[in-house]
Design a protein around this ligand. Sequence first.
Ligand code: CA
Length: 233
Amino acid sequence: MAHLLIVEDDELLRDGLCAQLVNAGHTVCSAPDGAQAQTLLEGTRVDGVILDLGLPVIDGVSVLRWIRQRHTALPVLILTARDSVEDRVQGLNAGADDYLTKPFNMAELLARLQAMLRRARLPAFGGSLEVEGGGAKSLRLDPVQPLAWLDDVPMELTQREWALLTLLVGNMGQVVSREDVLGVWQTQPLDGSSGGSNALEVYVHRLRRKLADSGLNIRNVRGLGYMLETEAK
Ligand code: CA
């Protein structure tokens, strides 16, 4: 189940889409134009967007660019008119993950949507690694570069902090030993922080601070190592 935003100015189509998506087990919010879509996105966290490109007030491609400046990884499926190849190309260039041309088949839309949401959650093949903090916030990690986001807000992480966090997220709910962390760190470039015997504890302490209010906690498992877990509410 996902929380989706439908942006479509055709009221019949919008209502139909909402009803079908709710039927398919999703929760939805909707907007009839680009400006209302932006207002909604500023106040609501969604897992995916279905975006018509031909919109009043602010057009779909502008909304898409606006989304990409704020949410690099938010899955967006665009809807375009069948004859407008240019729109489609412009939409994909502006960062759409997939597209459907109107009129479309609802079963195909649902299948494309599922595939898009699945890809967004996949850790493999260059996709990002993501965990939910007990319903509080979601943490997403870039698998290659030292980048991470809490609810799409970029975290400030050093190379080693990112490597440690990636290891913990990849082994969520399992103990990661000191040796595991030090082994991974050997493959990472230094980030200017001092070493020393208590270095790992210092990094864990810093990460805990950066994860405050995320619903995720790094537990110290005495004598064994560290474990990432969701905080008990
Ligand atoms: Ca339209």
